[in-house]
Design a protein around this ligand. Structure first.
Ligand SMILES: [Zn+2]
Length: 759
C-alpha cells in the first residue's frame, strides 16, 4: 500500500474521521528552474552535474545573483529546498576565481556544522581544484588547528567557538581575516533573544577585526519561517539585507490533519492518551512501509513511544534497528548513524524530541507525527516540514493531548494555519551584553576614542570601564588591563556547560549517554527508570559531586516521571517605587528547582502504580527580578472573589510572558513570569518577572524602569482579543486559568495602571 492509498483508506473510516478536527490539503507545486548564470565557473558546473544538478532552482539563482552584486542576503525557503547550494554556489565560485578568498560558516551547533561539512566536502571533492574546508570546534585536535588557520578556505564553526576560540586569537588567524569575503549564518532564526543579542555583538567584533585587516565580508543568512526574517537578519548583521523567499523547489501534495483523541471520561474531560493514539497511528505507517518521524515533547516520552513502536515492529516482523530513537543525550556517533539511516531509508521510523527540528539533514520523510502541540507555531511548522517529498504525497498529523493549550489549538485550526509564526527579536544594545563584548573587543584590539561599536553607548561604556580600571586610557586609546581573556568569562548561552554522564554497570561501565545538569535531577535521580534506545535502566546511584549516574539494565513494566517544585525567594530589594496602592520593586531573587519524588507509570495503560521520594540538592539560580506588590486586600478592592485572585494573577503573568518580550526585545524563553497570591517575603499578592539567566542580563531592570508600555500592551492585548474567556494568545486558555480570569485580569491591569498614572 502507498501513502496515497493509506490516506484514501483513512478517509473512508468514520472512526478515524470522527476524531479529525481539521483536514487540509496543500496542492503540489511544480519546480521553477533557472539556468546557471554565465559567471558560474565551468568546473563548478561540471561538479554539480556529476551530482545530477543541471539547473538551479529559481531561489538559488536569485541568491547567487544578489551575492554577486554585493548584497547581504537572507534566504527563507523550506527544509530540503536546496538552501545550502544557495550559499555554497557563490562562495565556491569566488574561491575558484580568487583562491586567496576565505569564508566563515556559522552554525548554531557543532552537530549542524559537521553535517554541512560532509555535504560541502562531497561537492568540493568532485572539483579538480583543491578547496580546503574544515570544521573548527572544541573537538578539533590541536595538531590540525594550525593547518586550518593557514590554509582553510572555508572554516565551519559555531558562535561560541568564534567568540572564545577565534576572535581573541585573531593574530594567528591573519590569513582568514585578511581575505574574509563571506560569512554564512545558517539557521539565523535560532539567534533570538539573549543568544541573538550576543551573536550580534560577536559579529560587531568580527567586523571590527576584519576592518583591521582590511576586509569587509558579505553576510549570507538562511532562516526557517518566522514572522520577520529580514528584520531579524538586519538587526544581527546591522546592515540592509535582501530577502529571498520565493521557493523554486518542487513540492508534492501535502495533507495536514489535526486529530483529537476521543473522550474517555466525560465528567473529567479526559481523552485517550496521546501516546496510545500515536502508537495506533504509527502501526498503520509501519504496515504501509512509509518512512515516518514521530515528535514527542520530552525525552521520557520519546523513550516510551520508542518502546511501543519497537513492540509493533516485532509483531510486524520488522527488524528492531529500523525503528530508532533520537534526542539530546545520545552520543554523537549514534546520532550520526541514525541520521545516515534516515537518509538511506534503512531507518523506517524515528521517534525524536525537537532535537531533529533543526536543519540536520535526514532527507525528506513521508509522514511527520506530532505527539502533542510542540508549544510554538514556528516549531509546529518546522516539525511538520520534516514530511514532504518532492514528487509524491506526504502527511503531517498533529495529535492533541488533553492539555488546555493542545485542546485550544486542535479546536481552532485557524490559529495554526493563519496566525503568523513568532517574531525573532534581539537587542544588541542591552547594556550588560554590550559591556561584556566591549571588554572582549578591547582585549582584541585597543579602542580608539572616536570608534563606534554600538550606536548607543560606546564611549560611555569605555569610560566606565576605564573608571573601573578594567581598561586603561592612554592618549586617545583604551587598552585592556587584565591578564585574563575576557571571552572566557562570557557565555553566549544560558545553559550550564556541565553534563552528568550516564554509566551502564550491567556490562563494562561504558558511558551510554549524558544529560545536562538542569535535567539530571528529573531524568537520573536515584531509583529513576532511565530509558535509552527503548531499553530500560534502573538508576542505582546518582553521584552529584562527580556528575555521574550509575545505571543497570532492567526489564520492567513501568517508567518513572519526576515530581518537581519551583520556588522563589527574595534575596534583596535594590530599588523600590511606591505608586499609589501598588509597589514597583527591583531586586535579586533566588529561583529554586527541586525534584522531590517520582511517580511510577505503567507502560501502555499509563496507570499510576506507585511513587517514591527523592532527596537531591536544589538547583538554584540567583537572578534579577522586577515585581509588583499589590495591596493585601486587592481582591476586595476590585470586587474579585478571593478564590479567583490566584487565576487572575496567573492570567496577568501569562500576559506579561506574551507581551514583555516585545518591549524588552528578548525571546519568550529569556524571561519568566510567576504569580504568588501571598508572597512569603511581603505577605502581599505579587507578580514576578525575572531574567532566566544566572545573575540576570538587565531585562527585568528595563521593565522596572518603565513598566507602563508593557502593562498597557498587556491590557490592549487582553481587551482586544476576540476570544471569549481566554486563549493562548492572551491570558491562556480558559480551561487552564478559569472562566473569570480574562475579565479579572483586565480589572487588575487597569487598577495597576491607574496607580502608576495617578502618582
Ligand atoms: Zn484571547
Amino acid at each position: 500500500m502507498t501513502l496515497e492509498q493509506l490516506i484514501q483508506y483513512l478517509k473512508s473510516q468514520p472512526d478515524f474521521l470522527s476524531n479529525v478536527t481539521h483536514w487540509q490539503v496543500v496542492p503540489e507545486q511544480a519546480a521553477e528552474y533557472a539556468d546557471f548564470p554565465d559567471s558560474v565557473d565551468s568546473r563548478l558546473k561540471k561538479a554539480l552535474e556529476t551530482k545530477g544538478i543541471r539547473r538551479l532552482y529559481s531561489h538559488q539563482a536569485e541568491a547567487y545573483r544578489q551575492v554577486r552584486s554585493g548584497n547581504h542576503v537572507v534566504l527563507v525557503t523550506p527544509t530540503a529546498s536546496g538552501k545550502t547550494l544557495g550559499y555554497n554556489l557563490p562562495v565556491l565560485n569566488r574561491i575558484l576565481e580568487d583562491p586567496e578568498s576565505r569564508a566563515l560558516y556559522l552554525f548554531p551547533t557543532k552537530a549542524l556544522a559537521q553535517d554541512q561539512y560532509h555535504e560541502l566536502h562531497d561537492l568540493t571533492g568532485k572539483l579538480d581544484v583543491d578547496i580546503k574546508t574544515y570544521t573548527f570546534d572544541g573537538d578539533t585536535p590541536v595538531s590540525a588547528r594550525q593547518a586550518i588557520r593557514r590554509a582553510g578556505h572555508i572554516v565551519m564553526t559555531n558562535p561560541d567557538m568564534l567568540h572564545q576560540g577565534i576572535l581573541p586569537h585573531h593574530t594567528i588567524w591573519l590569513k582568514l581575516f585578511e581575505n574574509l569575503r563571506y560569512v554564512v549564518i545558517d539557521e539565523v532564526h535560532t539567534y533570538r533573544g539573549v543568544f541573538g543579542s550576543h551573536l550580534a555583538n560577536v559579529l560587531r567584533r568580527l567586523k571590527r577585526i576584519a576592518r583591521f585587516y582590511g576586509s569587509d565580508p558579505q553576510f549570507i543568512c538562511c532562516s526557517a519561517t518566522i514572522a520577520n526574517p529580514k528584520e531579524l537578519a538586519e538587526k544581527i548583521v546591522e546592515a540592509p539585507v535582501e530577502l529571498i523567499d520565493r521557493n523554486g523547489a518542487p513540492r508534492g501534495r501535502k495533507h495536514y490533519i489535526l486529530y483529537n483523541p476521543p473522550v474517555v471520561n466525560r465528567e473529567l474531560g479526559i481523552r485517550r492518551s496521546v501516546l496510545s493514539e500515536v502508537n495506533r497511528l504509527a502501526r498503520l505507517f509501519l504496515e504501509t512501509g512509509v518512512q515516518s518521524i514521530v515528535f514527542a515533547r520530552s525525552r521520557v516520552r520519546v523513550e516510551v513511544l520508542l518502546r511501543y513502536l519497537k513492540e509493533q515492529a516485532r509483531s510486524l516482523h520488522l527488524p528492531q534497528n529500523r525503528i530508532r530513537g533520537y534526542r539530546g543525550g545520545y552520543l554523537p556517533l549514534e546520532r550520526r548513524e541514525i541520521e545516515q539511516g534516515l537518509r538511506s531509508g534503512e531507518v523506517l521510523s524515528v521517534v525524536s524530541t525537537n532535537a531533529l527540528e533543526l536543519g540536520i539533514d535526514i532527507g525528506q520523510l513521508d509522514v511527520a507525527v506530532m505527539a502533542g502541540y510542540p508549544g510554538s507555531i514556528a516549531s509546529a511548522w518546522q516539525q511538520a516540514g520534516r514530511a514532504g517529498r518532492r514528487s509524491t504525497t506526504s502527511l503531517a498529523i498533529m495529535v492533541a493531548s488533553s492539555s488546555p493549550l493542545d485542546q485550544y489549538i486542535i479546536n481552532h485550526p485557524e490559529y495554526f494555519f493563519e496566525k503568523s509564526p513568532e517574531h525573532g527579536i534581539v537587542d544588541p544594545d542591552n547594556l550588560l551584553i554590550l559591556m561584556s563584548h566591549l571588554k572582549c573587543a578591547a582585549f582584541e584590539i585597543p579602542f580608539r576614542e572616536d570608534e563606534v561599536f554600538s550606536p548607543v553607548a560606546t564611549r560611555e561604556v569605555l569610560d566606565y570601564l576605564a573608571d573601573k580600571s578594567v581598561l586603561r586610557k592612554s592618549g586617545d586609546k583604551y587598552h585592556w588591563m587584565s591578564e585574563i581573556y575576557p571571552a572566557e568569562e562570557v557565555s553566549l548561552r544560558s545553559a550550564s556547560p556541565d553534563n552528568v554522564v550516564i554509566i551502564d554497570t550491567t556490562r563494562d561501565d561504558s558511558v551510554i549517554g549524558e544529560t545536562d545538569l538542569f535535567s539530571a535531577p528529573m531524568l537520573v535521580h536515584q531509583e529513576a527508570i532511565y530509558m535509552h534506545g527503548s531499553l530500560q535502566y534502573h538508576v542505582d546511584k546518582l553521584d552529584w559531586e562527580r556528575k555521574k549516574a550509575y545505571v543497570r539494565q532492567v526489564d520492567l513494566d513501568y517508567y518513572t516521571d519526576a515530581i518537581t517544585k519551583t520556588d522563589i525567594k527574595v534575596l534583596s530589594v535594590d530599588e523600590e517605587k511606591p505608586r499609589g496602592q501598588v509597589g514597583l520593586v527591583f531586586g535579586e531573587i533566588n529561583v529554586n528547582m527541586v525534584t522531590t519524588g517520582y511517580k511510577k507509570i505503567k507502560l501502555f495503560t499509563h496507570e499510576n502504580v506507585g511513587s517514591g521520594r527523592v532527596f537531591l540538592p536544589e538547583i538554584e539560580m540567583a537572578t534579577s527580578a522586577f515585581w509588583i506588590d499589590l495591596p493585601a486586600d486587592c481582591a476586595g478592592l476590585l470586587g474579585i472573589a478571593a478564590s479567583e485572585l490566584s487565576s487572575a494573577l496567573q492570567a496577568v503573568a501569562n500576559l506579561l510572558r506574551n507581551i514583555a518580550p516585545v518591549y524588552l526585545m528578548c525571546d519568550p524563553s529569556d524571561i519568566r513570569a510567576v504569580p504568588m497570591v501571598r508572597s512569603p517575603f511581603s505577605q502581599l499578592p505579587v507578580v514576578y518577572l525575572y531574567d532566566n539567566f544566572p545573575g540576570g542580563v538587565g531585562l527585568s531592570f528595563k521593565m522596572f524602569n518603565d513598566p507602563r508600555p508593557t502593562l498597557e500592551g498587556c491590557l490592549r492585548l487582553v481587551s482586544g482579543c476576540a476570544c471569549e474567556a481566554g486563549c493562548p494568545s492572551c491570558t491562556g486558555p480558559a480551561l487552564e486559568i478559569g472562566e473569570t480570569a480574562k475579565r479579572y485580569a483586565q480589572k487588575l491591569l487597569t487598577f495597576v495602571l491607574q496607580q502608576i498614572e495617578n502618582s
